[in-house]
Ligand binder design. Structure first.
Ligand code: GDP
Length: 378
């Protein structure tokens, strides 16, 4: 190229056209394809928790959402058995594939929640479960083999509110407040076919007011970008306006208007699960699976897990400060006499933790200890 750029107009035009050509296609435009290929090969995972009293239609809705029978082996308890039942956590995992894209779906069910005579602190096993998953992830992430971490963090919790009341019950408020800083909560009005459209509207307004009044932080849909097209903006607006979603589930296919549809057959007519004038099932499914699944995972990772991790690091550092052992590396994992190589790695991790602490002070609520070691690190 340098030889060609001598004062020769032909050569100059050749060079510039060469540059134009080169400028047109370098190849980094394939980056999204590369990411796409890699992600598809790796597969996706998503963990969805469902909570609400038994009989609210949780399993029916999950089966309707993913068109799989996730509750084949479920054993229903009678009233006597339920008196002594505590809240259990049951995981159902299924690998589903659609057009070559694999999704490992985990449903975390919480049978027994809200079923006891005394529901005091019945959300505790659920918050403990969510924390345990964060703890496991934190340990794995701080360990030496970070490549194959299995992510069991709960990305979303569908909370079923009964359609029969006049808004939220105390147990609903307590549950959501106990969980809202740990998981993305999406409140649902269960069995919406029990209500007329007018009653649904009233109940939705009431629930929204109470969510505000009690300072409950449910999952917030991300703001729509200003350069999105009008149709997308309209859909986004409708989605935000229709929360809490009023849903209907069904595992049976019935005939309506000459078509086979998923619905519920009553003596007075058919309620169609996927008919948008009957309920918000389609909006919920589109949001959960087609448009916001990735955002739910991002918020879990960037907000809920980050808060957990920051708290952990803070507790660890203040404990170390108290014990006057600030000179030694932070023992992220209980390691038995490490070899030289491991020692080096631990030191690197240790430095990383310190860097995180000082880069993100907003996550640290308590005052930093002012020992000599901290000053030295600073
Ligand atoms: P779960 O205990 O919360 O998992 O509830 P199930 O899914 O087992 O449902 C309990 C009962 O409610 C079953 O008889 C279902 O057929 C029925 N059911 C489920 N979804 C709906 C719904 O949307 N509307 C009505 N009316 N009944 C429903």
């Amino acid at each position: 190229i340098f030889n060609l750029t001598r004062h020769n107009s032909d050569n100059c035009s050749f060079v510039s056209s060469l540059f134009v050509q080169e400028k047109q296609y370098v190849g980094f435009a394939t980056l999204p394809n590369q990411v796409h290929r890699k992600s598809v090969k790796k597969g996706f995972d998503f963990t969805l928790m469902v909570a609400g009293e038994s009989g609210m239609g949780k399993s029916t809705l999950v089966n309707s959402l993913f068109l799989t029978d996730l509750y084949k082996d479920r054993k229903l308890l009678n009233a006597e058995e339920r008196i002594n039942q505590t809240v259990e956590i049951i995981k159902h995992t299924v690998d589903i594939e659609e057009k070559g894209v694999k999704l490992k779906l985990t449903i975390v069910d919480t049978p027994g929640f809200g079923d006891a005579v005394n529901n005091n602190e019945c959300w505790k096993p659920i918050t403990d479960y969510i924390d345990q998953q964060f703890e496991q992830y934190f340990r794995d992430e701080s360990g030496l083999n970070r490549k194959n971490i299995q992510d069991n963090r709960v990305h979303c919790c569908l909370y079923f509110i009964p359609p029969f009341g006049h808004g939220l019950r105390p147990v609903d408020v307590e549950f959501m407040k106990a969980l809202h800083e740990k998981v993305n909560i999406i409140p649902l009005i269960a069995k919406a076919d029990c209500l007329t459209p007018n009653e649904i509207k009233k109940l939705k307004d009431r629930i929204r007011e109470e969510i505000d009044k009690f300072g409950i932080k449910v999952y917030q849909f991300p703001e729509c970008d200003s350069d999105e097209d009008e149709e997308f903006k309209q859909l986004d607006k409708e989605l935000k306006e229709c929360t809490p979603f009023a849903v209907i589930g069904s595992n049976t296919v019935v005939e309506a208007r000459g078509q086979r549809v998923r619905g519920r057959l009553y003596p007075w007519g058919i309620v169609e699960v996927e008919n948008q004038s009957h309920c918000d099932f389609v909006k919920l499914r589109n949001m959960l699976i087609r448009s916001h699944m990735h955002d739910l995972k991002d918020v879990t990772c960037d907000v809920h897990y980050e808060n957990y991790r920051a708290q952990c690091i803070q507790e660890m550092t203040s404990k170390l400060a108290q014990d006057n052992r600030m000179e030694s590396p932070i023992p992220i994992l209980p390691l038995s006499t490490p070899d030289v190589e491991t020692e080096k790695l631990i030191k690197m991790k240790d430095e990383e933790v310190w860097r995180i602490i000082f880069r993100r002070p907003q996550y640290f609520y308590a005052e930093l200890p002012s020992s000599n070691a901290w000053n030295k690190k600073l």
